[in-house]
Design a protein around this ligand. Structure first.
Ligand code: 5AD
Ligand code: SF4
Length: 479
């Protein structure tokens, strides 16, 4: 049995603290003879859970392994290194990860040389680390979201010393520009604009797992966008837990509206951004979105609840009416705006009246799409301390009622697409049917359609002939 060596363990208090000074560090991978010999020709599998921030991290990790001429595989039996990049936002995401790691036990027993790594948001919680160390002996390396820049060194140490290694630091470190990239898609890309979050919504673990907010330098973002355009990328999504607060930690007179405008001016064909926080959305941002044709008229604007009482408990910093006013302003200034949202049902002690406020808000906003969640208690967050009297059964019933209402509006909206011609960026073949292509409209509707496979990676016109709640059916239109 391998020994476990702990370099650092996570600490919620450290995670909460803001660093006085952030350093901006450009890091190239330094060639290492041992790793070159050890990794060359081997295969890796990276399983990514959770949000786009994790997807970007996985791309960086893949880039580091590609540097040593490893190739990726989808088959765990074929892999020499398996990395599980985890999500901590809700308990069911964590349960899935434990199931997955559990399933790797037999694989590890059959192949002692297999290296299993666990990273991402889950391991920033000390109770998770204890469980992994004590119960999941098949795991060789555990590293946190702030330890990604040193991943290759940790891997080398775990191999050379033949140990199980744990290194999870909690204090959000500096901003690293790592020269390693293996993007999953060839036509659309996520570009981080900031890391972490300063909002501390009462239910949310993200500020603890990803640290305090750190904006990237605008020059680094614009460089990355320009490189992607040169490589032929058609769509860029600017990424941050709260994009609207971009720059507040870094510049006096350069905010998200300036960045959005500068990125739009690069001429990228499609520009998107997620996630928006209503509290930080200002008029300048709305003006820029309406001014540039290449900024897609689709905004993901999480509301979380329609009850002002619950919003206050959630520490969301806006009332139901503030949110509705913002939606009115957005819709009046941005033509044909498509809106989506996140809603949490069953925040501790949410009453039927609170829930009715959420239903009422949905009736007023009539979202184009939505993500709905049942509240999940996260250890260490302020909401976890509230004594909750609402039963799980009640929460599940509310959840179903909410989904039903949302789906009525989403379906109705989808029907209005039938007969229209939409511009679609063709992603590739549909997951379910290899004779069908799929892609997204400008306002982020999934379209499955018959068309010419040589159009993959291009923006083409598709006539919509049928609608479903979560997708449209179409056919390519000749130019
Ligand atoms: N329980 C349920 N949903 C949550 N989210 C964040 N934290 C929790 C939690 N503890 C949801 C929010 C957020 C989305 C990414 O996940 O709606 O916007
Ligand atoms: Fe979590 Fe709130 Fe930050 Fe979003 S804005 S990541 S919900 S703390």
């Amino acid at each position: 049995m391998k020994k476990t060596k702990i370099i650092s363990l996570p600490d919620l208090n450290e995670a909460r603290a803001k660093k006085d000074k952030i350093n901006y560090i450009h890091q190239d991978i330094v060639y290492d003879e041992f790793l070159a010999n050890f990794l060359n020709g081997k295969k890796y599998l990276i399983k990514t859970h959770g949000c786009q921030a994790n997807q970007r991290d996985s791309e960086t990790l893949a880039g580091m392994l590609d540097f040593y001429k490893m190739t990726s595989t989808d088959d765990p039996h074929d892999a020499d290194i398996i990395i599980i990049n985890t999500c901590a936002v809700r308990e069911n995401a964590e349960d899935k990860v434990f199931g997955e790691i559990g399933n790797l036990k037999a694989l590890k027993e059959a192949n002692k040389d297999l290296i299993i790594c666990v990273c991402g948001c889950m391991v920033l919680q000390s109770h998770i680390i204890s469980k992994l160390i004590d119960t999941y002996k098949q795991v060789d390396l555990i590293f946190g979201t702030h330890n990604i820049p040193e991943f290759l060194n940790l891997l080398k140490q775990a191999i050379i010393e033949n140990i199980r290694l744990v290194n999870v630091i909690s204090s959000a470190g500096d901003v690293f520009e790592i020269n390693a990239d293996d993007r999953k898609d060839s036509y659309k890309a996520f570009v981080n604009i900031s890391y972490g979050c300063d909002k501390f919504c009462a239910y949310c673990i993200v500020p603890y797992t990803r640290g305090r907010e750190r904006s990237r330098l605008k020059e680094d973002i614009l460089n990355e966008v320009n490189c992607l355009i040169k490589k032929g990328y058609k769509e860029i999504t600017l990424l941050g837990q709260n994009v609207n607060s971009y720059g507040k930690d870094l510049y006096k007179d350069y905010d998200f509206s300036n960045l959005l405008e500068d990125v739009a001016k690069t001429g990228i064909e499609r520009l998107r951004f997620i996630t928006s926080h209503p509290w930080d959305f200002n008029d300048k941002m709305i003006d820029v979105i309406s001014k540039y044709d290449n900024i897609m008229k689709y905004i993901h604007l999480p509301v979380q609840s329609g009850s002002t009482r619950i919003l206050k408990l959630m520490n969301r910093r806006y009332t139901k009416q503030d949110y509705l006013n913002l939606v009115d302003k957005l819709r009046s200034k941005i033509k044909n705006l498509s809106l989506s949202t996140d809603i949490i049902v069953g925040f501790p002690n949410e009453t039927e009246e609170d829930f009715q406020e959420t239903l009422d808000l949905v009736d007023k906003v009539k979202y184009d799409s939505a993500f709905t969640f049942i509240y999940s208690k996260r250890v260490g967050t302020p909401a976890a301390k509230i004594n909750d009297t609402v039963s799980d059964k009640e929460k599940s019933e509310r959840f179903l009622r909410l989904v039903k209402k949302l789906e009525e509006y989403i379906s109705k909206k989808a029907e209005t697409y039938v007969g229209t011609i939409q511009k679609v960026l063709v992603d590739g073949f549909s997951k379910k049917n290899k004779n069908i292509l799929s892609g997204y409209t400008e306002d982020n509707k999934l379209v499955n359609f018959k068309g010419d496979p040589s159009k993959i990676g291009k923006i083409i016109k598709v006539k919509i002939i049928e609608s479903h709640t979560y997708s449209l059916i179409g056919e390519e239109v000749d130019e």
